[in-house]
Design a protein. Structure first.
Length: 134
């Protein structure tokens, strides 16, 4: 309770750049064929991971963090987005291993641990004393 500031909205779940509209410095989503009711932080996390990790030849933690700070304005929203990124990375890594036979766990978990460390250095995980590493 109290962790999520905003209400649940209709979200996309697979954001790419062309699904994002910006108006008056606010983000709006379009193309809802896979929409569901969720929190906006989930969409922001998936978009950042798609842009700066999964579809990127040189994944960049600093670009992910810069975009979190540029796109989000509430502490709880920033915290939840960072935790969602960690969860999404772990989930997708296990999914690829179990169902596609792709074993990228070391690479993905090294990235998760580096991301957690960068979030802690930038105080993006809230009042958490420590986060479990993979």
């Amino acid at each position: 309770y109290g962790f999520i500031d905003d209400d649940v909205w209709l979200t996309h779940g697979a954001i790419i750049d062309r699904h994002i509209l910006v108006k008056n410095n606010r983000l709006y989503m379009c193309d809802y064929e896979n929409s569901r009711y969720s929190i906006g932080e989930a969409d922001v996390a998936v978009w950042l991971l798609n842009k700066y990790y999964w579809e990127c030849k040189s994944p960049s933690i600093s670009l992910i963090i810069q975009n979190i700070l540029k796109s989000l304005y509430k502490n709880n929203t920033i915290n939840l987005t960072c935790f969602w990124i960690i969860s999404e990375l772990a989930y997708r890594s296990f999914f690829l291993l179990l169902f596609k036979g792709q074993n990228n766990l070391k690479k993905d978990f090294d990235f998760i641990n580096e991301f957690i460390t960068a979030c802690e250095k930038n105080n993006l995980l809230g009042n958490k004393e420590s986060v479990i590493r993979f």
